[in-house]
Structure formats: structure tokens, C-alpha cells
Design a protein around this ligand. Structure first.
Ligand SMILES: C[S@@+](CC[C@H](N)C(=O)[O-])C[C@H]1O[C@@H](n2cnc3c(N)ncnc32)[C@H](O)[C@@H]1O
Length: 271
């Protein structure tokens, strides 16, 4: 980090974390952002807000090193100095280091930022500014993956952003324990969690997914994956702009264009 690192932007929030909690988003990053990371002249990744222990930063580094490139570097940034100090023994420089920083990314220029369960504890009105500050700090063509999950990582969602703003929304669930896709509503990213109300596009998406899941109940005989794939297929047939393929659906994922769920956007008659 440069000696003139800017003042960390943000506030200290609860540090709750858990081993393996972010496996779904990490595996998605390893596939979806593979070329970005593989082609980067400096494969620098920031894990922003790693929490009370650095376990998810350690896991991110290990997953990307195994799946994408062994020389990937992860810097865990935390706004809480006590958590930076606590993480120090886990550092493995230059592959994995920890430093104090906030949305300004401590003056680093990463190609990718993963910020999980960080904005959840901020006000909705603060999201756009945090997104802008983070994207301004990226390397050219860099991206942010910002999202939320439950304690064990069974329900998750995230937004992919680049310098032009939000691009996609991904929903992801452990299908073996999923009762209903409506459960995902509680784990939407901060930009959307308060928008799960009638008249908002994300509400229409969750409702359509839930309807599709119920209509696909006969497929449960073949397992929850087949049921989920059928429900997502129905969404596509209804005109939702699906951006991923059945190979991702089988993992319990669904990715749509951000334009289809942006707050205040049009709710088109798709069902
Ligand atoms: C709930 S923990 C999330 C831990 C981990 N990312 C996870 O998902 O398991 C949120 C952490 O983000 C940190 N945090 C909040 N705002 C931040 C900011 N602007 N920059 C860096 N860290 C921040 C908090 O101090 C807290 O430790």
C-alpha cells in the first residue's frame, strides 16, 4: 500500500463470518471472472470487509489460486483496525495480506473486489455512493461483486458491477434445503432488499420464480435441481433476461440483467 493511503471510508459494523460461507459466490467468480483474472497483468483481488476472522479471505485466495491462477494476490481490507491486527498471523505475503481500508480500497487498484455482507448493515441510501467509490478505485475493466448471504451460505445473492454501474443480479441457493425461492428475498443485496414490494421489478422476479417453483413441483421426483431448472426455464419463456446457462442453474443459480430488476424500473407483464 502507498504511504499516502487515503482515509478509510465507511463504518465498523458487526464482524459475523463463517468458514465456507462464501463458497457459492467464490465458485461463481472463479468461472464468470476467469478471463478477467487470467488476463490481468496484476491479478490483485480485494476482499473488502472480511470480518472478525480472515477465514473467507483465506478461502477466496485458495479457490482462485486453484481454479484460475496460482499467482493471484488477495488483500483483505477491513475498516476495523483490531480485525486487521487479528488477521495478521494468517497473512502469507505476497499471496495474501491484510490492511486497513474502506470503500476507497486503500488506494489499491484491484481487478476484482468481493464485498460480502458489508453493505447489508448500511442504509439503502448509502449504497450508490459506496458503489461509486469502489468502482472508481478499480483497475481498468475491473469489477465488484457485492452481495449478501445467510450465516451458512445456503442462500445468497450478489450484484456484479463495473465502471458503468451494476450489470447483473445473481440469486443462489442450496437446493437440497430450499423450501421456496421466496426465502431468497431476505438475502437480497442492500440495493434491493427493501424493494421486495409490489410494483418493484425484483418483487416480480421473486414472485415469478416462486410461481415457477410451485408449478414445477412434479419435477421434484427427479430432485430439486430438475425442479429449479424447470422453474428457471419458465422464467426464460416468460421473457426474463436470463444471462446464464443450465450448467449454472443446476448449481442453484440464476443470473439476470440488472436492468430487469433495477429499483423503480418498469415491471413488464411477463407472467
Ligand atoms: C458481517 S462482516 C462480513 C464478513 C465476511 N465478508 C463475510 O461475508 O462473512 C462485515 C465486515 O465489514 C466491515 N466493514 C463495514 N464497512 C466497511 C467498509 N466500508 N470497508 C471495509 N470494511 C467494512 C465490518 O467492520 C465487518 O467486519
Amino acid at each position: 500500500m502507498s504511504r499516502s493511503a487515503p482515509r478509510p471510508q465507511g463504518v465498523v459494523t458487526r464482524g459475523t463470518t463463517n468458514p465456507n460461507r462464501l463458497r457459492r459466490v467464490d465458485n461463481w467468480i472463479a468461472v464468470t471472472c476467469r478471463d478477467l483474472l487470467a488476463d490481468a497483468s496484476d491479478p490483485l483481488v480485494v476482499d473488502l470487509g472480511y470480518g472478525a476472522t480472515p477465514i473467507t479471505a483465506i478461502e477466496l485466495r485458495a479457490r482462485l489460486a486453484a481454479a484460475v491462477r496460482p499467482d493471484v494476490r488477495v488483500v483483505g481490507l477491513e475498516i476495523d483496525p483490531a480485525r486487521v491486527a487479528a488477521a495478521a498471523p494468517a497473512a502469507d505475503p505476497p499471496r495474501l495480506t491484510f490492511a486497513r481500508g474502506g470503500f476507497e480500497l486503500a488506494g489499491l487498484r484491484p481487478v476484482l473486489v468481493r464485498a460480502f455482507n458489508v453493505l447489508r448493515q448500511y442504509d439503502e441510501a448509502e449504497v450508490a455512493g459506496a458503489w461509486r467509490t469502489m468502482t472508481a478505485g478499480l483497475a481498468p475493466d475491473g469489477v465488484i461483486v457485492e452481495g449478501t448471504c445467510d450465516e451458512l451460505g445456503r442462500l445468497a445473492s450478489w450484484v456484479l458491477l463495473d465502471a458503468s454501474g451494476p450489470r447483473t443480479l445473481t440469486l443462489a441457493a442450496r437446493l437440497a434445503t430450499l423450501e421456496s425461492p421466496a426465502e431468497l428475498a431476505e438475502r437480497l443485496p442492500k440495493a434491493l432488499i427493501h424493494r421486495n414490494v409490489p410494483g418493484e421489478p425484483v418483487h416480480a422476479l421473486i414472485r415469478a420464480l416462486d410461481d415457477g417453483w410451485r408449478a414445477a413441483a412434479p419435477y421434484a421426483t427427479f430432485g430439486p435441481r430438475q425442479r429449479w431448472v424447470r422453474a428457471i426455464t419458465a422464467l426464460g419463456e416468460a421473457g426474463w433476461p436470463l444471462l446464464d446457462r443450465p450448467s449454472r442453474w443446476r448449481l442453484g443459480e440464476l443470473t439476470v440483467a440488472w436492468s430487469a430488476v433495477a429499483p423503480g424500473g418498469p415491471v413488464t407483464a411477463r407472467s
